[in-house]
Design a protein around this ligand. Structure first.
Ligand SMILES: [Zn+2]
Length: 74
């Protein structure tokens, strides 16, 4: 992971505040051209890649009791 990537994975977004802060960072990274949206899978995962180091990430949005995740793709 490079400095442009996210510094940690989220096995779940434990609160709405954590999720909103994460989402704001993601929007900024996309807007600044540090990360790129790739695809939505059949399972509803959003896949992204870092344009600097090519690390792949997968995001599942939280929805009420379901808290989602943001993890690297190996
Ligand atoms: Zn990177």
């Amino acid at each position: 992971m490079s400095k442009h990537c996210f510094l940690k994975e989220y096995s779940s977004f434990e609160s709405e505040k954590i999720w909103l802060n994460f989402d704001l960072q993601l929007v900024k990274k996309l807007g600044q051209g540090n990360m790129k949206f790739k695809e939505v899978t059949n399972e509803g995962e959003h896949h992204y890649s870092c344009l600097h180091c090519n690390q792949q990430w997968k995001l599942s949005d939280p929805d009420h009791a379901y808290r989602g995740y943001f993890l690297t793709v190996q």
